[in-house]
Ligand binder design. Structure first.
Ligand code: MIC
Ligand code: SF4
Length: 658
């Protein structure tokens, strides 16, 4: 039985009627449940993946990690599995030894993409899941509350600490009607993105309701909650109903079902209404998941590559759809089509029913069950190529090719495009016949490693390859924070620009080396400049740090001596990561003041002024003062002054021990 930890008399009564409010209430440990308020919640489950996991566990070691205190913690290996040299293999061995020592389940390379595997095997209605990956809300398709966070926050949650967040405003997304043939769940989330854009969800959470939800299966719901991350929303959740029960039956976990629905008289802060029967196939144009148009607007553009997979669209249904559409046909000779199954269970099932043969015979190249091309691990398109992908992100350069044009679509649209060789409205391909789904999706466990007993775990030695460097703690904030502006950036700067992944993924456990590539896509000389000037300031526009949860986008700039970022606004996870690593996040009180700072200007700020949420930033070069703001809580200010949360907590732990 779950306990209620907190007196809820001051909680927002409307919020308490929603699914999200109900889950938060059951897990509330600190604070009052009112939109905008900081709260601390209990975390039931955590997940990490290899690209963010090594640093999360290195941080957990700094914090004095013991056996995990959650109900379940899983360490997935899915992002970087190519093993081009020892670095990658060493990371995997470190993760395997950590899992054994501290009591985590390990999902080995090849077992599948963390979110797809978690949905199939572990996500449970009503639970909280914190993951060091921004697409953790995928579990919301099951009525679980998945939240993406930096690795340090996940490390703290594994140690039984509360997770702190601002209570989101809940937006209700009302679905009515049912999807027309060749229109998919992906089009639903693309429609949400078309309306909200890439920052419309910041500070908010999306909750789906209305008669239309009954027409969507759990994997379809998960496609929708997965890509809700692209709106900037804290989480996205569907209720847990008969459809959820049916899915749990398919994966033989029906005893884990519980009904979880909003009260009938629930009201949302805002409602977005989507009539599923009126939706048309949509597509996101380069280079933003928020740049969504009806596919008919871009139909006819010639395409070089089509990639199917990623945590958004790699379920059994997705890939059987591809097999049905490709059976007996041939991919256009000018197109390279790749398919990455979401999990080994999906992969096996495809093989068993003969679908794999249909895909292969049509000319599809089957990749491993990993993130693969989605995070630039292979399949970089040729220069200037057009690539249509069923993924969730198309930020410039993320594919590995800077001038490639990446479009995001449903599986139906992607397959249609692979068959014709140009962007194609799937409705022009005729109707798909009803796809029969198996009664059971058998879970394959050959690549899952359960942790040993506590006694055996004590004997486990942690494996540390030469590329795995310990995390250095940052010193306290000086009284005067001074330096020059090292870079000035536009709106919507993604973490793929701040800290590129792709070919550098092998450096995730080595901060000093990885830091050499900070801001490389925006300014190849950034590292040199930061070293010469001994750190400084970053200036940016709206929604700074959108996208990934990778804390390296704060950790590495912090290592280079970046002291503050002054932006028009921030993305949620990145804002938390900046605080964790001692970088002051400030916003302009008047957005127009963005024009009053130029690269190389000398800036100065008194650390003591942070006690007030409104303060003045001196532009010494121009002899002016610029009003800036922050939304930091007293606790966050303390942490920042100590050099970030990691420095603060380790100092406290050391003091406690004597
Ligand atoms: C992504 O999709 O950008 C990633 C790679 O999965 C990231 C995590 C990372 O950078 O390792 C995410 O979404 O958080
Ligand atoms: Fe992996 Fe791509 Fe999903 Fe990130 S978005 S977890 S890289 S599949």
């Amino acid at each position: 039985m779950e306990k209620t930890y907190k007196d809820l008399k001051d909680a927002d009564p409307q919020l308490m009627k929603t699914v999200i409010g109900k889950i938060l209430a059951k897990h509330l440990l600190e604070g009052t449940l009112q939109p905008g308020n900081e709260i601390g919640i209990r975390i039931d489950q955590t997940l990490t993946q290899d690209a963010t996991g090594t640093v999360a566990y290195l941080e957990a070691e700094v914090l004095g990690m013991n056996r995990v205190k959650t109900e379940l913690s899983v360490s997935y290996v899915d992002h970087n599995t190519l093993k081009m040299d020892h670095k990658n293999a060493d990371d995997h061995s470190y993760l395997q030894s950590v899992a054994a020592k501290y009591g985590l389940v390990l999902s080995k390379a090849g077992n599948g993409i963390c979110h797809q595997v978690h949905l199939e095997r572990y996500a449970r209605p009503g639970k909280t899941l914190l993951g060091s990956d921004s697409h953790t809300p995928t579990a919301g398709g099951m009525g679980s509350m998945g939240i993406g966070a930096g690795g340090l926050d996940v490390a703290l949650a594994m140690g039984g600490q509360p997770f702190f967040l601002r209570t989101p405003q809940v937006i209700g997304v009302k679905l009515t009607g049912s999807l027309k043939p060749m229109v998919a769940a992906k089009d639903v989330i693309l429609e949400v993105l078309r309306r909200l854009g890439v920052k419309g969800g910041v500070g908010k959470a999306l909750e789906y309701f209305g008669p239309g939800i009954k027409t969507l299966t759990v994997p379809e719901r998960a496609t929708i909650t997965n890509m809700g991350a692209e709106t900037g929303a804290t989480t996205s959740v569907f209720p847990s109903d008969e459809v959820t029960l049916e899915f749990l039956r398919t994966v033989e976990r029906e005893e884990e079902w519980q009904r979880l629905e909003a009260d009938e008289d629930a009201e949302y802060e805002e409602v977005i209404e989507i009539d599923l029967s009126k939706l048309v196939p949509l597509i996101a144009k380069p280079h933003s998941p928020g740049d969504v148009v009806p596919i008919s607007e871009v139909a006819g553009i010639e395409v070089d590559q089509v990639c199917i997979g990623s945590c958004t669209n790699s379920s059994f249904k997705d890939l059987v759809t591809a097999a049905y559409m490709l059976k007996g046909k041939r991919v256009k000779p000018g197109v390279s089509l790749t398919i990455s199954p979401g999990s080994m269970s999906v992969y096996c099932e495809l093989a068993e029913h003969g679908y794999l043969a249909d895909l292969i015979a049509a000319g599809a190249r089957i990749l491993e069950c990993t993130c693969g091309p989605c995070i630039g691990q292979g399949q970089a398109p040729r220069s200037g190529a057009v690539s249509v992908r069923t993924f969730n992100r198309n930020f410039k350069g993320r594919s590995g090719t800077n001038d490639a044009q990446i479009y995001l679509s449903s599986v139906e649209a992607a397959v249609s495009t692979a068959l014709t060789g140009y962007i194609t409205d799937p409705r022009s391909m005729g109707e798909l016949r009803e796809i029969p789904m198996p009664e059971k999706l058998r879970m394959q466990s050959a690549l899952i490693v359960e942790p040993p007993t506590e006694e055996e775990a004590e004997k486990v030695e942690l494996f540390r390859g030469p590329n795995i460097k310990p995390i250095e703690l940052r010193g306290e904030l000086p009284e005067k924070v001074e330096g020059s502006v090292l870079i000035k950036l536009d709106d919507n700067i993604s973490t793929d620009i701040i800290m590129p992944a792709g070919i550098y993924l092998g450096l995730r456990s080595n901060v000093p080396e990885y830091a050499k590539h900070v801001f490389e896509p925006a300014d190849p000389d950034f590292y040199k400049k930061a070293m010469e000037k001994n750190g400084g300031f970053v200036v940016a526009g709206e929604n700074y740090g959108q996208g990934s949860s990778r804390e390296h986008a704060a950790l590495c700039p912090s290592y280079l001596g970046i002291r503050a970022v002054i932006a028009k606004s921030f993305a949620r996870i990145h804002l938390a990561n900046l605080i964790n690593f001692g970088i002051i996040p400030l916003t302009f009180a008047n957005s127009a003041d963005y024009d009053k700072i130029e690269p190389d200007d000398e800036l100065s700020l008194a650390a003591a002024d942070l006690e007030s949420s409104e303060l003045l930033l001196k532009n010494v070069t121009r002899g002016i003062e610029i009003p800036v703001r922050h939304t930091l809580s007293a606790n966050e200010i303390k942490r920042l002054k100590a050099g970030g949360s990691l420095a603060y907590i380790s100092k406290h732990n050391a003091e406690k021990q004597g």
